[in-house]
Design a protein around this ligand. Structure first.
Ligand SMILES: [Fe+2]
Ligand SMILES: [Fe+2]
Length: 470
């Protein structure tokens, strides 16, 4: 279609992201400030070659997505915060389009940002903005079309926000512990409780966030994922809200004993030496020390300490730390062990760079049932995830190919799938099909034939799951 679409999806993301950064910084500093100017210059530098030869670049907001010259800009985890910020800023002003053309310069963008910030103090922000932008060469604006309050869209945004908030809360909890301060249980509790509230409303969407593994900071996202998966399993067991909260916090803190392990060891690509293994294996006990030493003694603290101690011990107590006699693990430890293994196996980490597809991770867990993990709990976990968990890439009997985006508790082999390739191997954009759907003759329209490894197809699952309508 246009060269942006074919050539540079990443570039499109960068354009939106850089525009967001310029706006964001200009809310704190004046447009003449050096930091703002640097951000604007980076944006202008990206834009200039795209406007050569009289071309025009349109950034549109439709619903939850930005489009550049009519091509949808895909989400990515790294850019999520900037995108979300920019969507809000557009909506606040009733702005739906910014078009750049001609000889764009830093001055033009500075004038635009000034108008962009000033218009919010009026009752008619878009009209005011349009009036001010009229006198800027090379920039035009258009109104937001179909401004609708789509409740599903709002829920999806709330879920993404809570997920990323939980990650940033955990980061601040960990940073405090690293600097020798206490564990902020209040923060952990807030994050976990907001996740539980969402889980009660939109379990599938929240669980699907855990399948997005495209992160730089493995440990933080991992702990949030383990917390979500554990609470989801706890919910299936009928635990009440108070217990779910305890379980979620214990899961949130299960790897807190890793905070003082040097990054060179945690992020080491080569196999560990015996000495390094010993350090890694010390994290359950280090976690107990941190939790008991810095949290007030109550049931959350006690359960968190137990989970920290037991989460690598295995169901049959064959793991670490070494214990003198086998005993039955705490229920929370058994739940968190399953969530922890599943998330770890399906994530790319430094010392295990190829993540396993989720259905293979389930198979491995089944093999280890009764040894590493509690077999009864694992059954319930699999009923929850389906045989093909969210994020699995599947080939259908129609020869179509897609990614599982929603499980079906009644029919675990018939999840919903986002189709990526049609039967002729042609690329399809974001069509969701429900495999429980039957044709007129009463036969299922589509059935999973096999799973394939998305990494071999160069598919970035997170892009699709972040966008899925679930
Ligand atoms: Fe661990
Ligand atoms: Fe872990």
């Amino acid at each position: 279609m246009n060269r942006l679409r074919s050539k540079a999806i990443d570039e499109a993301r960068d354009i939106v992201s850089r525009l967001a950064i310029s706006f964001k910084i200009a809310q704190t500093y004046s447009v003449g400030n050096e930091t703002v100017e640097r951000a604007i210059d980076a944006f202008v530098l990206m834009l200039k070659p795209l406007l050569r030869g009289g071309e025009r670049l349109d950034i549109d907001l439709h619903g939850d997505y930005f489009y550049i010259n009519n091509a949808r800009v895909r989400y990515s985890v790294q850019h999520y915060m900037n995108f979300d910020f920019l969507i809000n800023e557009f909506r606040k002003r009733g702005l739906g389009n910014i078009a750049f053309s001609g000889d764009i310069s830093r001055k033009h963008i500075q004038e635009f940002i000034t108008a962009f910030n000033a218009c919010l103090s009026t009752d008619i922000p878009f009209i005011t903005l349009q009036g001010d932008v009229d006198i800027i060469d090379s920039i035009e604006v258009g109104p937001l079309k179909n401004m609708r309050s789509d409740s599903l869209m709002d829920v999806r945004r709330t879920i993404k926000k809570s997920y990323f908030n939980a990650v940033s809360n955990l980061k601040s909890v960990v940073t405090r512990v690293q600097s020798g301060q206490t564990v902020e249980v209040r923060k952990a509790r807030l994050a976990v409780n907001s996740l539980i509230d969402l889980m009660l409303q939109e379990e599938q969407m929240l669980v699907s966030m855990t399948a997005i593994k495209d992160y730089d900071d493995y440990t933080y996202y991992h702990s949030v994922n383990v917390s979500i998966l554990s609470v989801a399993l706890g919910l299936k067991l009928g635990l009440n809200k108070k217990r779910l909260s305890e379980l979620g916090i214990a899961a949130f803190l299960h790897d807190i004993g890793k905070v003082n392990i040097a990054g060179e060891i945690l992020n080491k690509a080569a196999p560990f030496s015996d000495e390094e293994w010993e350090i890694i294996r010390s994290h359950p006990i280090e976690g107990v020390k941190t939790i008991v030493g810095s949290m007030k003694m109550d049931s959350v603290t006690i359960r968190s300490a137990i989970v920290s101690f037991e989460h690598h011990l295995n169901y049959d107590c064959s793991g670490y730390p070494l214990v003198v006699a086998a005993a039955q693990l705490d229920l929370y430890s058994n739940i968190i062990t399953i969530a922890d293994r599943f998330d770890a196996m399906t994530s790319a980490r430094v010392y295990e760079s190829t993540p396993k597809p989720p259905e293979e991770a389930l198979r491995i867990l089944v093999d280890r049932a009764g040894k590493d993990v509690d077999p009864a709990l694992l059954k319930i976990f699999i009923r929850m995830t389906g045989y093909y968990p969210i994020g699995a890439m599947v080939v259908l009997d129609t020869s179509e190919m897609g990614i599982v985006c929603k499980s079906n508790a009644e029919l675990p082999d018939r999840p919903s799938v986002i189709l990526l390739f049609g039967s002729q191997k042609t690329r399809i954009d974001n069509v969701m099909v429900d495999l429980a759907e039957k044709g007129q003759g009463g036969n299922y329209l589509r059935t999973i034939r096999k799973t394939v490894d998305p990494y071999q197809y160069g598919i970035n699952i997170s892009e699709y799951l972040l966008e899925a309508n679930a």
